[in-house]
Design a protein around this ligand. Structure first.
Ligand code: BMA
Length: 846
């Protein structure tokens, strides 16, 4: 009766052509097992990656010998379940082939009842090299498919880009922020699942209509029974207990039970309300006795993507429980090149970082993985909406029947696994493929389609349409009815003509604006290219010195050293950072100064974008910068490095994303003070605008009473620059805009009247005082003259309540050191250990 799970442990591994078995960790992969056994050096250090490319050319074997308890064997059914096999794997139990896997995103099961013994079962998983496996597919196809980020050359494969043939995380083959480690391994749990009589294999809470007063749901239960069955199904959650008689046929049955909840507690994204969660239990009974049960957790909410014609084009926003939500956040990539290294603590650190940074959305980008359950559980708990891509990015894919069927099953399984998560706001077909190919616009795209004959071109596009316009939307429609599907990001709309493809100036759909960075446009263009939803834009920086030291020696500490170039995957990215720095900043004194300045440069650039997008609300209703995190220590667009250390951008995001924010815009001649509110209540308070000189003298001040309506953005004060600067030199003054409500500061922002490299900076003396009784966690900072971008670094790993901020004489600043959340739900105050305090003046050539 019911279902019983037992884990399979005690694993060993070896290369298929070798004879010595070594201890292995499951879940895990070949690379991390080789590392733990001392067979390879640290893959992330220096240029080691280059020497490890042999690993993916080989076949590997994993084996486990295990006993099975009588309890398990007594069942009528025993299955072996692999929640993840990466990727081409043949599995043998007691010398019999039980399954062959070819998709790392699927779960693999086999009935092993007949093969199992009580003692010494031998399980063997043979991983075929993904390279050897896919080379013949390329040959057979007869033409190469574009895969822009596949670093085949680095893998010793010349221009043979194989990533498109494997249903395997695309970024394993390299990306413009990631190394090439094409892993093999048992990457998710493996267990024996035993059951008799009946089991519930899936339990879906379909939300038909959710309102404040009532939620109309259908509990959809998939039940497998041994033989014909008459009994009942009971559905329970807080305040609900419904039963229904059922008659089931031997095999798989679907049972639907309508459930109504009066006055449900709704699930909200962070900033708009609580994250109410309900645990539902489905119990199958016969003669009053339980024969199977399953629980699932969900949040009740109505959530839709609103794309409606309006005066400016077509809207693109998420409406949650009737409220239009301005989405603030970033793009998420896998947290590690070796997926099983990502612990629950690391996920939690990322999600709590998002929360602490006032975000409400992350995009799980299509070149990584459908994330682990833990990721979505945390997003549910903390109120972070998820834009979920299917795992296709920057490539064209084959369209043979087995491939399409594999994709269909992958989509089906992942949609089924994730559909109860209230956080999921959108399913998106792929990353940037519609725009890269640009079928209906000859002059647009990345030059892909022009490489093919008309026949092959038509075939490749038809294969694209099969997946993204047919298979995936059909799966969503059937398994997650009502959930939004968007074929590709970015896109204008599915029009089947040239208006389909995204443009930087479009007034419909979403935009990836890469003019700044990839096209070397000025930062000011962030104010020009503003669309309905900005799903990507980004600027790179280096991680801090502590992180760089984990992959480089003292001798490598130069922008153009082999190691520094190795840990930069976006073309000539290091030089590009330098080029932008030459335009906007003064010259850094040395390499470690350059690291710090690269972070401030990135933060300033992205601040411009984040705030420009928010000021354009409600025309623009979303801003997700590229990218939240890193999968190894590297120079990249991330706001938080591989070790979870916050870059300057993370602190800037926290400030630019405050739910009620002030933002200073305008032109060279005009200052405009905007107030943006993402909360529902009005904010009634005062807006003060104070001009200081760099010695801390208040030169002038204006105070206005303001009442900021909920969920709006508008200009609350505008005046010529001269009103503020007066007879002073523009390079010597700063405007501080502060919004206060009931005597509390809601937000404060500094605004300078000249570019950063023209601000007159002198060396400040910053005095730091530890607050008595704070246990080394809280400090007050004061300065004698303006200190720009004050950076506090600590001996302990953690974050500060604020960092990289400007310090004005006479305006003391209190900061608190916060430790990463482990058991805790949030960052919490702790001792920082020794701290050091620096500011911009120290890092520039005087
Ligand atoms: C977009 C993303 C990624 C890429 C990033 C930086 O194209 O979708 O593919 O890493 O820009 O180039």
């Amino acid at each position: 009766m019911g279902e019983n799970r037992s884990t399979i442990g005690n694993w060993q591994f070896k290369a298929a052509d070798e004879s010595d078995w070594l201890p292995a960790q499951v879940p895990g992969c070949v690379h991390t097992d080789l590392l733990r056994n001392g067979r390879i050096p640290d893959p992330f250090y220096g240029t080691n990656e280059g020497d490890l490319q042999w690993i993916d050319k080989k076949d590997w074997e994993y084996t486990s010998q295990f006993d099975v308890s009588e309890d398990v064997l007594a069942n009528t059914h025993v299955e072996i379940v692999f929640a993840g096999l990466d990727t081409y794997a043949d599995v043998y139990l007691n010398n019999q082939l039980i399954l062959s896997a070819d998709n790392m995103f699927r779960t693999w099961r086999a009935d092993v009842k007949a093969l199992l013994k009580a003692k010494s079962n031998v399980l063997k998983v043979h991983f075929r090299s993904p390279i050897q496996e896919d080379l013949p597919k390329l040959e057979k196809l007869g033409y190469a498919l574009p895969a822009t980020n596949d670093q085949s050359e680095r893998g010793g494969l010349g221009d043979k880009r194989l990533s498109v043939f494997a249903r395997k995380a695309p970024y394993h083959y390299g990306w413009d922020w990631g190394p090439r480690f094409v892993t093999s391994g048992i990457w998710r749990d493996v267990w024996l699942e035993a059951w008799s009589e009946a089991r519930i294999t899936d339990f879906f809470i379909q939300q038909n209509e959710v309102q404040r007063t009532r939620a109309k749901l259908t509990a959809v239960i998939t039940v497998e029974v041994d033989e014909d069955f008459a009994g009942s199904v009971q559905i329970r959650t807080d305040g609900v207990d419904v039963s229904e008689a059922v008659e089931l046929r031997a095999g798989i049955n679907q049972v639907e039970v309508d459930v109504v909840l009066e006055n449900p507690a709704l699930w909200w994204s962070r900033g708009l309300g609580e994250q109410a969660l309900y645990t539902f239990t489905a119990t199958l009974l016969r003669g009053g006795h339980e024969v199977a049960h399953k629980s699932t957790r969900t949040g009740l909410r109505s959530l839709r993507l609103v794309r409606e014609k309006d005066a400016d084009g077509t809207s693109f926003y998420f409406e949650l429980n009737g409220v239009p939500v301005f989405a603030k956040g970033a793009n998420h990539i896998p947290n590690d090149s070796f997926l099983t290294e990502v612990t629950y603590e690391r996920y939690k650190h990322e999600i709590v970082t998002a929360v602490e940074s006032n975000m409400n959305m992350l995009r799980v980008w299509g070149g990584g993985i459908y994330e682990n359950d833990a990721f979505y559980d945390l997003c549910d708990e903390y109120g972070i909406l998820v834009w979920q891509d299917f795992m296709f990015a920057c490539s064209m894919y084959p369209g043979d029947e087995p491939f399409l069927e594999n994709v269909r099953l992958e989509a089906q399984e992942n949609v089924t696994r994730l559909r109860n998560h209230p956080c999921i706001a959108l399913w998106c077909g792929n990353n940037e493929i519609d725009t890269a190919w640009s079928q209906y616009d000859e002059d647009a795209g990345w030059g892909w389609k022009q490489q093919y004959s008309p026949e092959i071109r038509a075939k490749i596009w038809a294969d694209y349409e099969a997946i993204f316009h047919r298979i995936l939307p059909e799966v969503i429609e059937r398994l997650a009815p009502g959930a939004a599907y968007w074929p590709s990001s970015p896109m204008q709309a599915l029009t089947h003509d040239k208006h389909q493809h995204a443009r930087n100036d479009s007034t419909s759909g979403d935009i990836h604006y890469w003019g700044v960075w990839h096209a070397v446009e000025p930062f000011a263009n962030y104010n020009v290219y503003l669309g309905r939803f900005m799903s990507e834009y980004g600027f790179q920086s280096f991680p801090e010195l502590k992180t760089v030291q984990t992959y480089a020696s003292a001798a490598d500490m130069a922008l153009e050293s082999d190691v520094m170039r190795w840990h930069q995957r976006s073309g000539d990215g290091n030089r590009l950072i330098k080029e932008y720095m030459d335009i906007y900043f003064k010259q850094p004194k040395d390499f470690s100064s350059f690291l710090y300045m690269s972070q401030v440069l990135q933060a300033e650039a992205i601040k411009m974008a984040m705030e420009a997008h928010r000021r354009k609300k409600p025309f623009c209703m979303g801003t997700l910068y590229w990218q939240m995190n890193d999968c190894w220590p590297v120079a990249s667009w991330s706001s938080m490095d591989y070790y979870g250390r916050w870059k300057a951008l993370q602190y800037y995001a926290k400030k630019s994303f405050r739910d009620v924010s002030v933002s200073v815009g305008g032109t060279d001649e005009l200052v405009e003070v905007h107030v943006i509110s993402d909360i529902l209540d009005a904010t009634v308070g005062t807006l003060s605008m104070t001009v200081f000189d760099f010695a801390g003298n208040r030169l002038n001040e204006r105070v206005e009473s303001v009442s900021v309506p909920g969920n709006t953005a508008s200009v609350f004060y505008a005046a010529p620059v001269s009103t503020f600067v007066g007879e002073h030199a523009a390079s010597d003054v700063v405007l501080v805009v502060t919004l206060e409500q009931n005597g509390e500061v809601v937000d404060a922002k500094e605004h300078y009247f000249v570019p950063a490299n023209q601000i007159s900076l002198q060396m400040p003396t910053i005095v730091v005082r530890e607050v008595e009784g704070s246990g080394g966690s809280t400090f007050v900072l004061e300065t004698d003259i303006l200190a720009k971008n004050v950076w506090i670094s600590s001996e302990e790993d953690g974050i500060f309540s604020d960092n990289y901020f400007d310090l004005i004489p006479g305006v003391p600043k209190t900061v608190q050191f916060l430790q990463r959340p482990s058991g805790e739900n949030r960052f919490r105050p702790a001792s920082a250990g020794t701290i050091s305090v620096h500011s911009m003046a120290e890092f520039i050539q005087q």
